[in-house]
Design a protein. Structure first.
Length: 475
């Protein structure tokens, strides 16, 4: 939905004179003036393993010891299990047997991807200009409920560009879930601002919106809800608080192509949303991302800053600190072909989830993904939480046993507050739900290419592994 905030930006420091609010103007995002850095005790403490050269020290790698983590070291996932190629019947393919690994995800490229990509090569339009860029931006924005789309070279740069466009910078705070991919917090750091972490709620893994009010300070500039694994955040409380405190709302929708909140696509909620088109996403360009918005000023500034902020007045004339975050016409050609089949690719994920849930719902000790009454969950990944006492083994033991059958899986996110580069600043904070999800969560193969036979094989393997594990315990 379009932003309805007042036009003046919230002040983070007392001004010498009060500034009157303009009643009817719309707040225009802009690149912030240089601000004084936040006090050192509020910023993450850096330090780690450095490599020295005759010209100085290279970038330092951060690290944290298991002793420093203490008991929380036990929640970290073990090494990824070694996958074993299996031979199994695949009647749907009319072959007696096949040796294969079922990957956790892979792209589906059986539309116009090859045709459009070949067209970019034959017409010599392969860089960051061409018809596929604008066509892709327009069609994708329409599909996710926004008026404008700004294509970028990946989802992380889309987040970075969105924050820079909104004027977030040093001295500002952005509320970010700790249970998310690290790019969400890193993008905040890229613009010099400070991420303030919030815990998850257990059913969806999304930020616990009940805790939001306690995280808002005079420095808060934005809230970044992340729609985890394809299920939207409960957005009404987020938007209401943002309106009360004059905050921006930037949705990290990297995993949520097609997700809806109360019938509205999440790409048009709040001020900005950002998407990823990495190869495992529902819509892919290999690498790529997009910023979507209903605000023409945000779209205009973001589009300019994405392209080194070249001025319209003259070439090599720059009024913003711009970036080279451009998507190529070749990537956009693939993206357009994918977006032409948007509803089909979303429905593939939803049908996968429906079949998994039907086959696994009777398995004790598995908390399967939900869909809240107000949500459309697109099940980017089919994530489940393993309750060891009831299931009969740990999450990691289940993953290892599935790998022996050629089934690849992934663990849930390791919370950001436990990451080496953030731990010394945030390790004393408590986020019990995020840590529980880290310890017990995993997702099964979820690609749009899965067949019913694949899902039946995987589900049967889960049930069989549990049965064998319980039998071993009894003996």
């Amino acid at each position: 939905m379009p932003s309805k905030k007042p036009t003046t930006t919230r002040k983070t420091k007392p001004a010498p004179k009060p500034v009157a609010k303009k009643k009817a103007a719309a707040r225009k995002p802009a690149v912030p003036a240089t601000k004084a850095p936040a006090p050192r005790d509020e910023m993450p403490v850096l330090g780690g393993v450095a490599a020295a050269t005759p010209r100085g020290v290279l970038a330092e790698a951060m690290d944290v010891s298991m002793d420093e983590l203490g008991e929380r070291a036990n929640i970290l996932p073990g090494e990824d299990p070694h996958l074993v190629v299996t031979v199994r019947p695949i009647p749907s393919d009319e072959r007696e047997s096949a040796g294969r690994i079922i990957p956790v995800c892979e792209p589906r490229l059986d539309g116009n991807e090859e045709k459009y990509l070949l067209h970019t090569v034959r017409t010599n339009w392969i860089s960051s200009a061409g018809k596929y860029i604008t066509d892709f931006e327009q069609l994708f924005a329409q599909k996710v409920g926004a008026r404008y789309g700004v294509a970028c070279n990946n989802g992380t740069t889309a987040l970075h560009l969105a924050l820079a466009t909104l004027g977030v910078g040093p001295g500002d705070e952005v509320i970010v879930p700790t249970f998310t991919m690290i790019a969400s917090a890193n993008a905040v750091r890229y613009v010099g601002a400070t991420p303030v972490f919030i815990d998850a709620e257990p059913e969806t893994g999304n930020m616990d919106v009940r805790q939001l009010r306690t995280k808002i300070t005079p420095r808060t500039k934005a809230i970044m809800p992340m729609h985890t694994y394809g299920h939207p955040v409960d957005m009404d409380p987020v938007l209401d608080l943002a309106k009360q405190h004059n905050l921006f709302v930037l949705s990290d929708a990297a995993e949520s192509h097609g997700a809806e909140y109360k019938g509205q696509p999440v790409g048009g909620l709040g001020d900005v949303a950002t998407y990823s088109f990495y190869a495992n996403k529902i819509i892919t360009t290999g690498e790529g991302g997009m910023l979507t918005t209903n605000n023409p000023d945000i779209a205009r500034i973001a589009r300019n800053m994405r392209d080194h902020a070249f001025s319209h007045e003259r070439h090599f004339w720059h009024k913003y600190l711009g970036f080279n975050f451009r998507m190529t016409n070749m990537q956009a050609a693939i993206g357009l072909a994918q977006t032409e089949r948007f509803e089909f690719l979303v429905e593939c994920r939803r049908k996968n989830a429906e079949m998994y849930s039907e086959l696994l719902s009777s398995v004790p000790g598995l908390a399967l993904p939900v869909q809240k009454p107000w949500a459309k969950n697109v099940y980017w990944m089919y994530g489940m939480v393993v309750q060891p006492a009831e299931f009969g083994m740990t999450r990691d033991a289940l993953r290892n046993a599935l790998a022996q059958r050629g089934i690849e899986t992934r663990t849930f996110f390791i919370p950001i507050h436990l990451q080496p580069i953030y731990f010394r600043a945030h390790g004393a904070e408590s986020f019990p739900v995020a840590e529980m999800l880290c310890e017990r969560g995993m997702y099964l193969p979820s690609a749009s290419t899965l067949t019913p036979a694949d899902i039946e094989f995987i589900s049967h393997a889960v049930r069989e592994i549990q049965s064998q594990g319980r039998k071993s315990q009894a003996e």
